[in-house]
Design a protein. Sequence first.
Length: 364
Amino acid sequence: MAGSVNPSGQPVQLSTGPPTLSYREALAPPCSSCTSSPCCTHLLLRDFRMDTIMDVDYATFLLNFEGILLAIRPDRQVDVYLYQPCGNLDVDRGLCQVHGSALQPAVCITYQSHTCSYRKVFTTDLHAEKPLLDAHRMAWLAEQITFDDDRRISGFPAWDDLLAGLAALPTERRPAPARGPDPMAEEWRSVVLGHKPDAGDRRGEFHRFSSPAVSDPCEGCGAWCCRTLVFDRGLPQTSSQVEFLRYCIGFPNVEIGLADTGWAVIVHATCRHLDGNRCSVYGQPERPLKCSYYDPFACAYRGHFGVPNPDDIVRVSRHHFPAVADSVVFDGLGRVVAIPPLDVLREQVARAEVAAASAADRTS
């Protein structure tokens, strides 16, 4: 499997054949013999089904981003993964650094390792029931699909033919690099900690339509739509859903976005077609339809990621999340009863930032 590496840069060790275990041996946790920790390096972000040209285009769009992998099933259901080691993983030893502690997410504690699918899917280059798709494989697959006049899929490769085609295309897997500095987050932090006054943002400025800030919104933009993936999760309904978000935020490139209408998993990753702050395939066939149809005049990315303190979302990092989770009210069955207004959550996040800075000062 040339081209496939684990987060430490070493080749992935592939399974050579099924071992024979006794009953007692089979009862032992499979994690003890797992050398690549795929469940700690692949975050499931969402799934969707390929039914239309827009679904196929969406798959192509996603695979342009660093660290994104897809896995497809015979029913055309697609799982979307971020390939990046969890922040709690000791990559060199392949061990969880918070195992058995209160910091270990319940998602990990209750995971059924005896039926683990991660080892099956991610330690081989072509799992027979759920093969992986990278950009090259997806480009091949897209060419094999036919559509009716409504752009719905009318023809899809037979499963054996799909596997045979993918077998000729070894995957190129690279974990997402850790995100770089975020100037907007740093400016917000400086304001919250009182290091600088709040200078406001573009919402406080006024322009005529002829101004480039209005008539050409991409001019001078930080290309946030090409550096960020947002996966809506809706408003949490249970403690389990809140706990899942706590698990997600353990991955370094992930933060949680809070809004009155719903919460979202935000992944910071860069599109491979981004050149500076411009699309290198603009106006070319390689450019996804999702990008071509995107309306820059209605862009939410600039208002969410291009200002230090957006008014309609709150960006939550890992050390903020406990304060956010503790602000939610649950009943005795773990069902969400009340979620504070956004301004209250924003204040909780700011207090968590101040507390973290104070704790760091005490230990320095």
